[in-house]
Ligand binder design. Sequence first.
Ligand code: FAD
Length: 451
Amino acid sequence: MPSPSIVWFRDDLRLADHPALRAALDRGEPVIGLYVLDEESDGIRPLGGAARWWLHHSLASLAERLAERGSRLILRRGPAHRVVREAVEDAGAGAVFWNRRYGGPEREIDAALKSDLREGDVEVASFAASLLFEPWTITTGAGKHFSVYSPFWRACLAQPAPRAPLPEPREVPGPSRYPASDDLDDWDLLPTEPDWAQGLRDTWEPGEPAAQARLREFLDEDLGHYDDARDRPSAGATSLLSPRLRWGELSPHTVWHAAVETPGASGFLSEIGWREFAWHTLYHFPDLATKNLRPEFDAFPWPRLKPTALRAWQKGQTGYAMVDAGMRELWETGYMHNRVRMITASFLIKNLMIDWRRGEEWFWDCLVDADGASNTFNWQWVAGSGADAAPYFRVFNPELQADKFDKTREYIGRWAPEYTDADGQPPMPMVDLKATRQNALAAYEKVKQVS
Ligand code: FAD
């Protein structure tokens, strides 16, 4: 009897450059794909609404692609440690392969599973696939992890170049008998009452084929003026690859090798470097989503939360055009341009004096690229409490930022047209920028006293 190999797909919903899938194929036995929706294991953060929408469609695409090549994607729900072992038993599998994850609770689950499966004589192997550099390999001269980006990225670039991507398999031979699978529709990942996902459907096509197409389009049309235009939200100059990398529809190796030979790609690749830096930071500091990386920020005197102020920010009703445009882009599309993410985050933290964690949670719920490392890392970066962070006293002025980065008001006009229409009636500014900036700086004195 053949003993099939299971490939446990996680944040790597692709067939190309998938080392775990390659290892399973090389083993020479039938291959079964497995995805586990784990909402129960300790420490695993439940996905936000926009992420669930993306996951549904990306899984549907992956299942179709596996089926076209001869195998199937089996869906199971529950705590991964139990569910994977059950799937192995049901399939009579002799081996399980996966690509590594770097969050704290995920690593614990994977390590425990690896040793339990091996005890049961099941072959297990894990692979590097989601990051260009393994977090434990990039260290300072003193063997510590980096807390500043530039030397971090220099150290990465001094390493041997990231390996070339693996080709996509043409066939994935399946077994004659499959273990039972849930029905994707029964997971209720899509919103129904109300169905708020129309904007997402209009904006995105999840899945590996669309991800590959976007990569090619970006390289052909946009990379050449990336450095000049990346900060202008209306320019459409950035790659929009963040959800593709988040869900692993593309590997960073594929992106790296596709771009690296293009003249002027280094600015773009350095952004991929920030993604690496965020993940490496999370690896060394697993509580990044909840705890200040710089503990002196624990002394920050956050005032009592004003729910109406938080709500106005979430809904894009602050009375500041650039903030409102960004928050509405996020709500509508599950995405926001990086410059505007910084402006809206700074406004929440420094002008509304609302704890960065409340903003991080909202982004987590709304972003299709919501990422356990990048989201928390960047919120802490704006707050000043993170790694190589913007200094707290740098408070983005949303009006000056609009003058500089949305000169023609094209972005604002698109997302918050009442600010650009002659007879539009924008909301009244909810706070005074100057006074709130002064308050924030005064509060920051408390942090300075303990640092
Ligand atoms: P490009 O400019 O084309 O960059 C290419 C890739 O580099 C991106 O796809 C992304 O994977 C990576 N990247 C770029 N900038 C950063 C950065 N600052 N940090 C980490 N990776 C980066 N990015 C996420 O992927 N998920 C998040 O949840 C997320 N939350 C954020 C929250 C805040 C408050 C801020 C300020 C930034 C956040 N970012 C997040 C980073 C950045 O805004 C997005 O990665 C970027 O806007 C995605 O658009 P793009 O793919 O067109 O980027």
